[in-house]
Design a protein around this ligand. Structure first.
Ligand code: IRN
Ligand code: FE2
Length: 560
């Protein structure tokens, strides 16, 4: 799906790496990173781009997915005839003893097709990709059972990425709506999508989302485990959780949030907080620890979890269950204690060659943002940081995409690798389709601002292309290059809808007489681009005289 007539998806080379090619009116083209995928019919799904790559590595074996597909609450939806009841393709499991992770290959010095693919996508050397993966400073979330995904990389040496959360809750929304939100999120540039569905039909909703997703899909499996024990946290067990994780591994989930750092002894540290525990997963695990007075089973069974993840190449997103939920609680002992445990778990996962990213806050005042990245990068040995905003202030419900994008741009500039979007509905309700778009656009601009600030190679080319179009009054090109062409064009057309206004040397903001860009161009034309300061001053003086002569009201003192 394209968002603008000047946009075409093209595929590069034998790996068919997608880019969005923007055709400009001056005959030039500009290529942009493309996340939207080739498009699919929801009930057919996407072609399995990576299937041959995965099979040719010879370390996984296929089996009939129908054997295990009908476990759990997917069954209820199928019985009611609401859902597709069959997995048409094959699923894969590791051959005994094989570790199929991108990290294992990278450490063995093997360059996979996935690595070559992301190198083309990022415009970098493939050795940078391999070495960052081997060191744990970057991850390619790519479950062997999600062959439809177009590989992407998360790490501070690469473009800053954006995750969009979708998913129904017990109260609203249907499967079709969630697939539609997925499509909408990737159309506007989401790099990964997390399905946070709760309530009924979690399994089936996720099946539809994964089969139609060209981007990695993340989940928080404790949500589904909780459904299986009728919502009573103290009934949870390692066994229920493990089976849920395996079910999701076999479906093709690429990364999972695991709240293994919420240790029993940290829970009391949240008692004096302004907002206590705000993480859903964190509060479930804290509740379980308190009810049983035992250590978090995600922590005590962590090595078993690593073995499962290694078998499918699922990446950890180590959850920040004790993240601050208000600026008052930022960087407190509860948060930092958990981070130390996440650092320990990162090292343990790496012993299994399992890929890891570490989740971060939340709500943090701007002066404390940098410290968050510094501590996470130091303690967690450079593992990618993945933060939720953070919100720089708590006072603007309804505008929290903005309060959080301020924090997100700042934290990404300091080295966060992926930003979890926040929509205008944050703290207020479930985001709808429009909120998804607003969240993605807001976070793409935060991420790109950080890329520019970091001096990421080539990042500013996009800004330069748009600025040139703006300066040369190529309105169509300005729209086509915009992050949101639809809104840019419609705002312009509110006052100047005529086609000839699309080449006019002004817009309705300043009107024809006072357009600074036009004046600068006139000056340039008269004196050439190598202007001396005196010539420029002279040019401006002449212009001033010209305007006054025309009766320019801006110079007239108000009367009366
Ligand atoms: C990202 C960073 N910190 C938290 N997140 C996201 O919050 C995480 O990836 C997932 O989408 C959601 C999990 O929320 P709870 O269960 O921690 O509230
Ligand atoms: Fe919050």
């Amino acid at each position: 799906m394209t968002v603008h007539p000047a946009h075409t998806r093209i595929e590069l080379g034998d790996l068919r790496v997608p880019v969005t090619r923007v055709a400009l009116t001056n005959g030039e083209t500009f290529d942009r990173y493309c996340t939207s995928g080739p498009g699919s019919e929801p009930d057919v799904g996407l072609p399995p781009l990576r299937a041959a790559w995965i099979a040719s590595r010879g370390d996984t074996a296929s089996y009939d997915g129908r054997e295990t597909q009908l476990i759990d609450n997917g069954r209820s939806a199928i019985r009611r005839g609401e859902a597709r009841d069959e997995w048409r393709g094959e699923r894969r499991r590791p051959r005994r003893g094989e570790n199929v992770t991108q990290m294992a290959y990278a450490r063995a010095g093997i360059v996979t097709e996935e690595m070559r693919y992301v190198a083309v996508r990022e415009g970098c050397d493939v050795e940078l990709v391999r070495s960052e993966l081997a060191a744990g400073r970057a991850i390619i979330p790519a479950n062997v059972n999600h062959p439809e995904s177009e590989p992407m990389i998360i790490g501070r040496r690469f473009l800053v990425k954006v995750n969009a959360n979708i998913g129904n809750s017990a109260v609203t929304s249907s499967i079709a709506e969630e697939v539609d939100k997925l499509t909408h999120a990737i159309t506007w540039g989401a790099d990964t999508v997390m399905d946070l569905s709760t309530g009924e039909d979690i399994h089936t909703t996720r099946e539809w989302i994964i089969r139609n997703s060209p981007v990695p899909i993340g989940t928080v499996p404790i949500y589904q485990a909780l459904e299986k024990v009728a919502g009573e946290a103290d009934k949870l067990s390692w066994e229920v959780f493990r089976d849920t994780v395996i079910e999701q591994c076999e479906q093709g989930v690429d990364y999972m949030t695991i709240h293994a750092g919420v240790l029993l002894r940290y829970v009391p540290l949240t008692a004096a907080r302004v907002t206590g525990i705000v993480s859903r997963g964190g509060s479930i695990m804290a509740g379980w620890c308190l009810a049983h007075h035992q250590e978090n089973f995600l922590y005590t069974h962590f090595d078993e979890l690593c073995e499962i993840f290694a078998a499918y190449d699922v990446s950890f997103s180590l959850g920040d269950g004790l993240r601050p939920g208000s600026t008052a609680d930022a960087n407190d002992e509860a948060q930092l204690s958990e981070l130390r445990t996440l650092a320990e778990l990162t090292a343990r996962a790496w012993e299994h060659d399992v890929q890891v990213m570490v989740e971060g806050p939340g709500h943090v005042p701007l002066n404390l943002v940098e410290e968050n990245v510094r501590l996470q990068q130091d303690w967690c040995h450079g593992a990618p940081f993945y933060t939720l905003g953070p919100l720089a202030t708590d006072v603007a419900p309804g505008y929290d995409h903005i309060t959080s994008a301020i924090g997100a741009a700042t934290i990404a500039m300091h080295g966060t690798a992926m930003l979890c979007y926040v929509t205008p509905k944050e703290h207020l309700g479930l985001p709808n389709r429009d909120d998804v778009k607003t969240g993605v656009i807001t976070y793409k601009l935060a991420a790109h601002s950080a890329d520019v600030a970091k001096g990421h190679p080539g990042a500013r080319d996009w800004d330069d292309a748009l600025s040139k179009a703006r300066f040369e009054f190529r309105w169509h090109d300005q729209f086509a290059l915009a992050l949101d062409p639809v809104t840019a064009e419609s705002f312009h057309d509110e006052t100047l809808p005529a086609e000839n206004a699309k080449t006019a040397h002004f817009c309705s903001m300043c009107g024809p007489k006072f357009c600074s860009m036009r004046i600068s161009q006139d000056v340039r034309e008269r004196f050439g681009s190598e202007l001396s300061a005196e010539d420029a001053a002279l040019g401006m003086k002449e212009k001033s005289a010209e305007f006054v002569e025309l009766g320019a009201s801006v110079y007239v003192e108000p009367r009366g």
